[in-house]
Each structure stands twice: as structure tokens, then as C-alpha cells.
Design a protein around this ligand. Sequence first.
Ligand code: NDP
Length: 319
Amino acid sequence: QTVCVTGASGFIASWLVKLLLERDYTVRGTIRSPGTSQKSKHLLQLPGASDHLKLVSADLLEQGSFDQAVEGCDGVFHTASPAFEKNVTDPQAQLIDPAVKGTLNVLASCVKARTKKVVLTSSMAAVAYTPKRKSTSVVDESWWSDSDYCQEAKAWYYVSKTLAERAAWDFVKEKNLDMVVINPSMVLGPVLQGSKNTSSEIILDFLNGTMKVYPSIAFGIVGVKDVAMAHILAYESEHATGRYICSGPVHPFADVVSLLKKLYPMYDISAKVADETVPLIPSHNLSSQKLRDLGLHLLPTEDVIHETVTNFKEWGLLD
Ligand code: NDP
């Protein structure tokens, strides 16, 4: 089988490409500038890459850009989207347009190429951020983030992921395209590409003392290899349908900090909880039962954090 992975050099996508090659898929990976990009070197070194991986240039904001990459593929994994950013000056241009227009662009190429199945990487950012959530809530796949609520809170990444997933569902229903969606929570774990990732960087910042305060929020944590495998199981299972929350249990930030202190007493973790609370993200529970029914057993949080930290050391990012 031939499949396309958009944004192939990203944190999650790199693992996805690796696992797909291990399962004997032929993979076409899109990146913004193949050939010149340092970001893609690690992909070309993966086992099986020389025979079964081809990198193709594509940009989310160029219409028709994905036509060539998707042509002749049985399936498409659309992971590319702008990453979570702290300093957003132009949310529409930086986050919302590439996420929404980019997703529609990729899906339009899939319609032209008669792609059999699409797996879209969405996020818990598109699921759980709504004023209806209480600390007693158990969030499942029927939940949707409220984009107006996220917009009021200037949570632009959340807006981008919610609007992109909604637009994708509207599009595939109209065009009769088969799509399943993976909604990961915060993804941690080893990077294949040797650079920091915005989500795993948070752990690094605690350990090296850069993070002085943290907000009083709670979030789920999931390992990157599990996220990649969730995409593959959702693709391969004939019965997979709809959305899949992909997350371990929700932890208050304070518990993650306590765990880091317990596991790594040799680092001076002095971060304190910030005074203000962020109303957007109270504690809650979530259900990943649907994903477990696909046969995925998630790595426990402690092991995910351990793999993340070990990997920082391997890349020389931490003593
Ligand atoms: P990365 O930033 O590592 O990967 C994102 C990829 O998207 C990169 O390859 C990037 O390419 C590509 N991209 C961004 N903008 C464009 C553009 N305009 N045109 C073409 N490609 C573009 O992030 P992750 O691996 O963490 O995220 C992958 C997906 O998973 C995203 O959809 C993200 O929203 C989602 N996700 C991530 C979570 C996390 O905690 N990391 C949690 C939940 C969901 P380039 O390298 O050229 O910038």
C-alpha cells in the first residue's frame, strides 16, 4: 500500500513515517522544502527509507499543492498544521488559515485522487474547551470545543484546531470521503529529528530551570509512539469511525511538577504555580475507551516522561 503523510518531518509525523515503513508501507511524505531541508535528514536515514520513502514538496496555503503527493495513494495521513505558539501576533495568518485552508486543500486533493481513507490529526484542543465542562465532567468524543469561547480567551491554537476539524467533517460529508480523526492531548516522548518540540520543550524547561511559574491547569499526556500507532490502527481497522481521543489520564500541572521532582531530584525544579487561574482549563476526566477498543494500550505517564527526559540527554539538550 502507498500512503501519504503530510508534514512528514514533524514530531508526530516522523514517528508515523517510521512505523509505516516498519509495516512495509510505501510512504510519500510532504515537507515544505525537500532536498534543502535539514528537517528531513532523519527521515531519509530511517530503515526502509531508501526504497520506500519519497519526499514531495507541498505547502498548506498553496491550492493544489498536495495533488502530486496524494495522487495514487491508497490513504492519506494529514498531520501538518502550525504548532502551538505562545506569541501569536496575527492568529488568522499564523494559525487559523494554515490549519483550516490547509486541511481543506489536502482533502480536495484526496477527492481528486479518489483516496480511499483519510486520517486527520486533530487535537483535544478541538474537543474539551467549552464552558460546559465541569471538574466532574468525563469528556468523550461527542464533545466539541467552543471556538467563540476559545477566541474570547485568545486561545488561538484551540480555535485553529476546532475550526479545522469542523471544516474537515463538513467537507468529507459533502464529498463522501472516508475519514477518521485522532484527537491527542499533550504529546511527549522521544524526538527523532534531534530538535525540541513545543510540547516536550515544557518538560525540558522545568528541568533546566527556565520555567519559573506554571498555570493552574490540567491536561492529559500521551506518548508520541502511541499517537503514531493510533493513526495506523485507525487507518487499518475497517471498523474505525469518527473521532478518537488519544490520551492518558488528565493531570493537574502541579502533579506533573511533583512527578518530575520525584523522578529527577538532581535538577533544581523551583517552578511555582501562577497566582491567576486560567478559566479555560479546569480539571476533568476523559475517556479513551474508544481508542483502547481499537487495541491500543497506552504507555503510562511516568514512562512517557522518562522516555522524554532520556531522549533530551541523548540529544545533549540536558546534562
Ligand atoms: P510539529 O510542529 O513537529 O509538526 C507540524 C508539521 O506541520 C511540521 O512538519 C510543519 O512543517 C508542518 N507545517 C506547519 N505549517 C505548514 C505549512 N504552512 N505548510 C506545510 N506544512 C506546514 O508538530 P507536532 O508533530 O506536534 O504536530 C502534528 C500534528 O499534531 C498537528 O496537527 C498538531 O496540531 C497535532 N497535535 C499535536 C500535539 C502535541 O502535543 N504536539 C497535541 C495534539 C495535536 P515545518 O517543519 O516546515 O514547519
